[in-house]
Design a protein around this ligand. Structure first.
Ligand SMILES: [Zn+2]
Ligand SMILES: [Zn+2]
Length: 282
């Protein structure tokens, strides 16, 4: 098949074992994928380059995050790709199915997918090692954040000082040397006010945090921003100490200000230790 032309801009960034690709602007469009995990977040646009990603987690049904779902499904069907899995907030699952059925009648093409609703606390298995949990965020419509976890075996602390002989003896006697731990690899909040960060400790503990910073201008009213379910740079300033993440991606910038200004304001107001880990996703 001939290579498709790119139809949507996106940035790429590598961190540890994962690559983050995507683009996001408030009220315009958001779409992301993590190729190593074979998952994506949101479908504000169906980027042709992302069409082979077969599991997409939708944070909420605002048009800048969901409008391209019918296009994505139609394009995949046209390319004879297997039907994808689309995960959505449980509250809006039936409305999204009805919307797809409507498009099917209008377009006369299939709108096939496995449509799965997730409520806060639900788990979705990606493979033997990795799974996703959903949590409640604070927005103006039903909204979900998602955490990707990895199961790993870790040596129990009481065996930390054992040498090879000790290990072998313990193993022979049937003692379990390791226990399972779950590591939060990545957290994707989607649109939320900072209050939504509080419903999931992994927001602050995940290795990679992808969240929104829709506004940064000092004179923007934070009460209004909060009421609209969005986050301001000042929320990051106020809660700076809580972020344990290795990398924080701040996306969904308003188009009213230049991304360069976001960077300047963030640099001026955030503690250096946090600014160094923050990437303004322009
Ligand atoms: Zn949005
Ligand atoms: Zn929204």
């Amino acid at each position: 098949m001939p290579e498709t032309l790119p139809n949507a801009p996106y940035h790429r960034m590598r961190h540890g074992q994962l690559t983050i690709e995507g683009w996001s602007r408030a009220g315009v469009q958001s779409y992301w994928r993590i190729p190593e995990l074979k998952i994506g977040f949101d479908l504000g646009v169906a980027a042709w380059d992302f069409l082979h990603t077969s599991t997409i987690f939708i944070t909420h049904a605002h048009l800048d995050h969901l409008a391209a779902l019918p296009v994505f499904l139609a394009r995949r069907a046209m390319m004879k790709l297997p039907k994808p899995t689309i995960v959505v907030p449980a509250e809006v699952r039936d409305d999204i199915r009805a919307m797809l059925d409507c498009w099917q009648r209008l377009d006369k093409g299939p709108q096939e997918c496995t449509l799965t609703g997730m409520a806060p606390g639900d788990t979705f298995n990606l493979n033997d090692k990795q799974f996703v949990t959903a949590f409640a965020t604070e927005h103006t419509v039903p909204s979900r954040g998602y955490v990707v976890w990895e199961r790993r075996r870790k040596l129990k602390p009481q065996f930390a000082k054992f040498g090879p002989v000790g290990f072998q003896m313990a193993k022979n006697s049937g003692v379990e040397l390791t226990s399972e731990v779950t590591i939060p690899l990545l957290c994707h909040t989607g649109d939320t006010s900072a209050a939504g960060w509080d419903s999931e400790p992994a927001v602050f503990a995940s290795q990679i945090l992808m969240t929104e910073m829709s506004f940064a201008r000092e004179e923007h009213s934070r009460d209004r921003i909060r009421a609209f379910g969005h986050t301001h740079l000042d929320d990051f300033v106020e809660q700076a100490e809580r972020f344990q993440n290795e990398l924080i991606i701040a996306a969904h910038l308003t188009t009213r200000d230049e991304p360069g200004q976001f960077r300047e304001w963030a640099k001026a107001r955030l503690p250096a230790g946090l600014f160094e880990r923050l990437r303004i996703w322009d």
